[in-house]
Design a protein around this ligand. Structure first.
Ligand SMILES: [Fe+2]
Length: 208
């Protein structure tokens, strides 16, 4: 673990808590996430040496971080300080074929800040960043973990089950209850979200 990674991750967590509390306190799931986050050990003594890894979708980071300066400037600055230290990853169950779109995997990546591949291991809790490129459709999928997305940048539409897609703006949160199928469509600009799973995190997302 480098001091830089731990300090940047602490900045990210402070910005996450304070911006969510200030702007999204009454939203579904936000209180749950903040309680679970407060139960996590994020001290320097448990910080681990993440092996940094880039993926093709990381090419969107300069644009989405710049766009995030509008919706959440402290978060954007913290992400700029942290993103090169993270291990960008993909769900091993996903492929262009499985997602039904050529190029999907070149336009998709996530990174954990809290979790087994993150800076702090977490106790049945994940927190990280999620990237999708323009025009990508993340089809219906489900998982046992309750999930909070917080949009920082990008045009996107979201739905649960087979309901119509609903446009959502940067600064908004989206809460998914356990096992409720959900999907995301990205418009003309890449999507950056902070994402959290509050419990039951051992079972990965599965397409439905
Ligand atoms: Fe999900």
């Amino acid at each position: 673990m480098t001091t830089h990674t731990h300090e940047a991750a602490q900045w990210f967590l402070r910005a996450y808590r304070s911006t969510l509390e200030a702007n999204n306190a009454g939203d579904d799931g936000v209180a749950d996430v903040l309680v679970r986050l407060g139960e996590q050990d994020v001290s320097a003594s448990v910080a681990v040496a993440v092996e940094p890894r880039r993926l093709p979708a990381c090419r969107f980071l300069p644009d989405v971080v710049a766009a995030s300066l509008l919706s959440a400037p402290d978060m954007a600055a913290a992400i700029a300080a942290l993103e090169e230290d993270l291990q960008w990853r993909q769900n091993p169950n996903y492929s262009d074929e499985a997602m039904g779109q050529p190029g999907y995997m070149n336009n998709y990546a996530y990174a954990e800040i809290i979790g087994p591949a993150g800076v702090y291991p977490g106790d049945d809790f994940l927190l990280g960043l999620f990237l999708l490129g323009p025009g990508i459709h993340y089809p219906n999928h489900t998982h046992p973990a309750p999930e909070l997305y917080w949009i920082l940048a990008g045009d996107s539409e979201w739905r649960v089950r087979d309901e119509p897609f609903d446009p959502r703006e940067p600064g908004e949160t989206i809460w998914h209850e356990p096992f409720v199928p959900h999907a995301t469509c990205v418009g003309g600009t890449p999507l950056l979200c902070v994402w959290a799973w509050t419990r039951d995190v051992k079972h990965p997302a599965m397409l439905v």
